[in-house]
Design a protein around this ligand. Structure first.
Ligand SMILES: Cc1cc2nc3c(=O)[nH]c(=O)nc-3n(C[C@H](O)[C@H](O)[C@H](O)COP(=O)(O)OP(=O)(O)OC[C@H]3O[C@@H](n4cnc5c(N)ncnc54)[C@H](O)[C@@H]3O)c2cc1C
Length: 362
């Protein structure tokens, strides 16, 4: 027999946790399913276990998730970790969601469903990327957060904030970064200036990005304006070949981590028939989502990076708004809920400016 819920949330990241806190505080029967072993999502992965020197390595933005995590763990909702959602469909009572929990297939019924299943890394399909010794930067960071596993040395290649953040965390952990190969064309920096200035009114994220870039440029063998990057090796990686200013270079290494930004995980929304749209600034497809996470499918919401890439702050805000909207319905939002919605809209517009500056013309 499937247990019936008022609100089923897929994903215990900043978006899913915030939504679940709001809905369960209002007395709804809430279930949160997440495939990870503990709550926190990508940014706060394994936060409940990490201590001491590992906290220092992962940095202040990681530890900043503790209050949200504590609030979520104290909330009166059912939370099922290690639950891999593999199917969902529209049902007479709302939605049917199927998950694999401890090797057992379980179905859940819910009147309302929130997809807060986050982002994935944009595939970086360069020649040789299938060879043993090539991973994504996100996978490298997952090993660092969940098991404190680090390589001895590594070449990082691509672009985007996660690559810079991993470089910083690896440096703090004592990893030798043989080179950081930045694929961002130089012309993009000039092109981005007007958009970045337009986003300056909320400078925290922007300054963090600029600061990370500058620090890595000083600390590391940082090689910019890379093109024609290719992984070299027969049965496994033996090096990287790349071009700078028309000249070909070769670097010996046996581990390369690639990254080219994040894109929303839209498969669940697509499965339920939610229409997608093209985001030109972020160069990806995303679900069509309203201000409170609502979609064209009745009872279905999407929040956080699963809807549009915005980072942890925006994901948390969107989750909160989605939870409030579930409790009050979007039309009857309380005034404080409306204020949050306006804050979200202002922030989204600025983000769109940064995104134009950062990823257009790649
Ligand atoms: C690999 C990776 C590492 C990142 N690291 C950082 C970082 O260090 N700092 C930073 O600022 N940003 C990081 N980000 C960006 C990050 O996505 C956002 O900052 C923020 O975590 C988004 O919050 P969210 O709640 O929308 O989604 P997420 O935090 O991504 O949470 C989504 C949750 O959904 C769960 N999930 C997904 N699919 C399923 C399924 N089929 N069944 C059950 N559960 C599922 C996941 O386990 C996850 O816990 C990272 C992104 C990725 C992809």
């Amino acid at each position: 027999m499937s247990k019936v819920y008022d609100y089923l949330v897929i994903g215990a990241g900043p978006a899913g946790m915030s939504a679940a806190i709001e809905a369960s505080n209002a007395g709804l029967r809430v279930l949160v399913l997440d495939q990870a072993a503990s709550a926190g999502g990508q940014i706060y992965r394994n936060l409940c276990q990490v201590r001491g020197s590992q906290e220092k390595i992962l940095g202040p933005d990681y530890v900043a998730g503790k209050p949200l995590l504590a609030q979520f763990m104290a909330a009166n909702c059912d939370y099922q970790p290690l639950a891999q959602v593999w199917h969902m469909e529209v049902h007479e009572k709302g939605f049917l969601v199927a998950a694999l929990v401890g090797g057992v297939a379980i179905t859940f019924i819910t009147s309302h469903l929130l997809l807060a299943n986050g982002a994935m890394e944009r595939p970086m399909a360069i020649a040789g990327c299938h060879k043993p010794g090539v991973m994504t930067a996100g996978a490298g960071q997952i090993l660092l957060k969940s098991s404190a596993l680090i390589p001895k040395d590594v070449v990082l290649a691509g672009s985007g904030p996660l690559l810079l953040l991993l470089a910083q965390q690896y440096c703090a952990a004592g990893v030798t970064i043989t080179a950081l190969l930045d694929t961002t064309p130089k012309s993009n920096y000039w092109y981005s200036m007007p958009w970045l200035v337009a986003g300056l009114t909320t400078p925290r994220q922007l300054f963090k990005g600029v600061w990370l870039t500058l620090v890595q440029r000083i600390k590391l063998p940082y090689i910019s304006d890379i093109s024609h990057i290719e992984i070299v090796g027969d049965s496994q990686v033996s090096g990287v070949r790349y071009t700078v200013a028309g000249k070909e270079h070769h670097l010996s290494c046996n581990l390369v981590m690639l990254h080219q930004g994040l894109i929303p995980q839209t498969q669940m929304a697509q499965l339920l028939g939610c229409p997608l749209e093209w985001n030109d600034a972020k160069q990806c497809c995303q679900a069509q989502v309203g201000v409170a996470g609502e979609t064209s499918i009745s009872g279905l919401q999407v929040a956080g990076d699963a809807g549009a890439i915005g980072g942890a702050y925006l994901a948390q805000l969107e989750g909160k708004i989605a939870g409030i909207a579930r409790v009050h319905s979007t039309e009857k939002m309380p005034s404080w809920g409306m204020r949050l919605t306006h804050r979200w809209q202002r922030f989204r517009v600025k983000q769109q400016h940064w995104a134009r500056g950062l990823v257009d013309r790649l």
